[in-house]
Design a protein around this ligand. Structure first.
Ligand code: HPA
Length: 238
């Protein structure tokens, strides 16, 4: 048991999927896992442990934004020894060729700032995904209907951004989408020698203003959960 996670020792699996929304954690656990146990409800940030194809998996909400994700990822890694952490979430599309419902597999996550910025001082660390997980996820996504993009994303501190000049530079430099958590997850994984990946569904588009209707969100979210589970439990290439 930690300050923010009420699970007993041993109740958290080596592999943890992390949606931002705790109710998505509940839905994903009930939909994709068997023998599901509720392992955390501190602050309503629900976490569940169950079994997928014979493998133990925890699905733990991270909350929104890097400070919130950082709390859960730190405790999952340092107190519960989680080895593989996969964010499953939504993002805003930033490139014309990236459409609503498309899946983005984040190779890198750029930031202005993150909870880890303080330790780096003048150094610009490049948060990046675990290559083996990324390669597995790309292979798993190829078997689905969803269009998949692999590349850099932006982890923002604000949902309601007011920097069109910055958006312009990111689009110019090929950033595929914007979300609010991955960079800190990748940085913590690098620091503690764990595997991390972020798989995202495009829920809205910054250029076109389009947004995914709420009834479609569940199906797109399901594709991501399946890609994440297959990626986690496929033997990794070096
Ligand atoms: N901005 C930041 N985070 C997001 C967005 C967005 O447009 N869409 C989904 N998560």
């Amino acid at each position: 048991m930690t300050i923010h996670i009420g699970a007993e020792p041993g109740q958290i699996a080596d592999t943890v999927l992390m949606p931002g929304d705790p109710y998505r954690a509940k839905w994903a656990a009930e939909t994709f896992l068997t023998d599901v146990t509720l392992v955390n409800e501190v602050r309503g940030m629900l976490g569940f442990t169950g079994t997928w194809n014979g493998h133990r998996v925890t699905i733990q909400g991270s909350g929104m934004g890097m400070p919130s994700l950082s709390i859960y990822a730190n405790e999952l890694i340092k107190d519960f020894d989680a080895k593989t952490l996969i964010r499953i979430g939504s993002c805003g599309g930033m490139q014309p060729h990236v459409g609503i419902r498309d899946v983005i597999i984040a190779m890198t996550a750029s930031t202005i700032n993150s909870p880890s910025s303080g330790i780096f001082k003048e150094f610009n660390f490049a948060p990046s995904a675990d290559y083996g997980l990324l390669a597995n996820a790309v292979a798993a996504a190829a078997e689905k209907d969803a269009t998949c993009h692999v590349g850099g994303i932006y982890s923002s501190d604000v949902f309601y951004a007011e920097r069109p000049d910055l958006d312009e530079q990111m689009v110019r430099h090929g950033i595929l989408g914007v979300e609010m958590e991955a960079a800190e997850l990748y940085t913590l994984a690098a620091r503690y020698g764990r595997r991390a990946l972020a798989i995202l569904t495009v829920s809205d588009h910054l250029q076109t203003g389009e947004a995914l209707p709420s009834e479609d969100r569940e199906r797109s979210f399901g594709d991501m959960v399946e890609i994440a589970l297959q990626a986690a439990f496929t033997e990794s290439r070096p």
